[in-house]
Design a protein around this ligand. Structure first.
Ligand code: PLP
Length: 500
């Protein structure tokens, strides 16, 4: 057997790159157009993908054709299709065409925007595009923006800045062994777990986060917040920050930001707004109210990778006191000093990360391609679809809605009239009969592969969540979800009657 000729050193040759690139663009175009041909959830067991792949990297390079063939054979069957228009789980997201093309460019350009000089374009485009988004959200220019990967990291940085502003010399002296009172951050019972993680990481401990009760519509109760802050001060605890959520994860409830801002101003406490999912809806005329009072906050996070058609990941963090973020994170060793120091923005100063990739490019492509009006129309359409689905639920005596629908998520459950009021019977897992029924219903509907919904708990009841947010989702897909839910419930009830 003759050995394969050795490849020359250096990168893939341009002819091969061009050929494979064309083929891949074809593949992606078809995938995006026909993502509904795949089952949304992969039909395999944990470990199957791993088992189909070799344990060691190849000693010799392989042809790109072999890699692409294995991608189809071994990787595609393990994908969960977030791009499927029937994806209604968690928060539905979109890898839009313009966003995908921008990601291709960003990978090719390989910008590492730690310093202005290591990528003036990435540094300045970030400022420009976050300025556009800021004015679409009607936030004043005093809010300086910075891009992080996820909302979890945005909130971590915002709360680090709040801690910096509240605890003198924290950066030098740290927390332990000092004459400091216990520190406290407040959020509602419905706030995202990323806030717990940020507080844990900032050294406040989980006890440093106090969850404030919510009202019947799952919004933070401002009077309970005011009481909690007052009681903490009385016992020597120092309030550091309040996190209000615009679009909570379970029900998309919107905390009463103006009342919370009043308390934060009176108490001189940092106000952080988590609008990771809900934020973009503030551009829609009917929904402008969700941002009432937000301009009074100290920091705000909005995730274009959730409901602004930008491929994962991109989180925009706005801060009216970016000096506090810089005070927390700026640190310039000799080897990173530049002549522009002080005259230009260096993105490494606004976070823990040194290197940053060129995320602004995809948001720029998305906002230009769809335009503000196009974005608004698409968001408004999703909200309309959610309201239509909610109306179907409300009109069906075998289903009930479990929360208001301020944005594009509907929380509901099956509650067959035949079962009467909340059946009290508890099964061996401690779930109520209705919880067990809804869990089974969800599994059956998701097994169809045509739609995917996720669940949550509302008032200790299992709730199904239908989240609309994909660009290609239309009424056809939402109606199909409803047909599948009703058919699966019918099947389940028939099955139970047959067994009885
Ligand atoms: N905040 C809210 C309200 C969320 O719903 C989520 C995730 O769904 C997050 C924060 C965390 O988002 P990320 O995955 O970008 O960290």
């Amino acid at each position: 057997m003759t050995a394969a000729p050795e490849r020359p050193l250096g990168d893939m040759d341009p002819v091969t790159f061009r050929r494979a690139g064309h083929e891949l663009v074809e593949w992606v175009a078809q995938y995006l157009a026909e993502s509904d041909h795949y089952p949304i959830l992969p039909r395999l067991r944990p470990g199957e993908i791993r088992a189909a792949l070799p344990d060691e990297a190849p000693e010799e390079g392989e042809p790109i054709e072999a890699i692409l063939a294995d991608f189809e054979r071994a990787i595609v069957p393990g994908l969960t299709h977030w791009n499927h228009p029937g994806f209604f789980g968690y928060f539905a997201i979109s890898a839009s065409g313009p966003g995908v093309l921008a990601e291709l460019l960003a990978a090719a350009l390989n910008q590492q925007a730690m310093l202005w000089r290591t990528s003036p374009a990435a540094t300045e485009l970030e400022e420009v595009v976050l300025g556009w988004l800021r004015s679409l959200l009607r936030l004043p220019p005093v809010f300086e923006g910075v891009i992080y990967d996820t909302a979890s990291i945005s909130s971590l940085h915002a709360l680090a800045a709040a801690r910096e502003a509240s605890v003198p010399e924290i950066r030098v002296r740290g927390l332990p062994g000092r004459d400091l009172p216990p520190l406290r951050v407040y959020c509602s019972e419905e706030a995202h777990s990323s806030i717990d993680k940020a507080v844990m990481l900032l050294g406040l401990g989980q006890n440093g986060l106090l969850r404030i009760p919510v009202d019947a519509a799952f919004r933070m109760r401002p009077e309970a917040l005011a009481d909690a802050v007052r009681a903490d001060r009385a016992r020597g605890v120092r309030p550091v920050a309040v996190v209000a959520t615009v679009g909570t994860t379970s029900t998309t409830s919107v905390d009463p930001v103006p009342a919370v801002a009043d308390i934060c101003e009176a108490e001189r406490v940092w106000l952080h707004i988590d609008a990771a999912y809900g934020g973009p809806a503030a551009m829609v005329p009917d929904c402008e109210w969700i941002f009432d009072g937000v301009a009074r906050a100290d920091s705000v996070v909005v995730n274009p990778h959730k409901w602004l058609f930008t491929p994962f990941d991109l989180s925009a963090c706005y801060c009216r006191r970016m000096d506090a973020v810089r005070a927390a994170f700026a640190l310039t060793p000799d080897y990173l000093q530049t002549r522009e120091h002080g005259a230009a923005r260096n993105l490494m100063d606004t976070g823990i990360q040194l290197g940053r990739r060129f995320r602004a490019l995809k948001l720029w492509f998305v906002l230009r391609y769809f335009g503000a009006a196009g974005v608004r129309r698409r968001l408004a359409d999703h909200i309309q679809l959610a309201r239509r689905f909610a109306a179907w639920v409300d009109a069906d005596p075998d289903f009930e809605r479990l929360a208001p629908v301020p944005l594009s998520v509907v929380c509901f459950r099956a509650h067959p009239r035949a079962l009467g009021d909340e059946p009290r019977r508890i099964d061996s897992d401690g779930d109520s009969v209705l919880d067990a029924l809804n869990t089974e219903l969800l599994d059956r509907v998701n097994a169809s592969g045509e739609v995917f919904l996720s669940h949550t708990r509302i008032g200790n009841r299992v709730a199904l969540r239908l989240a609309i947010g994909h660009l290609r989702t239309t009424e056809v897909h939402v109606a199909r979800a409803w047909v599948l839910l009703r058919a699966a419930l019918h099947e389940l009830l028939t099955c139970q009657n047959d067994l009885a």
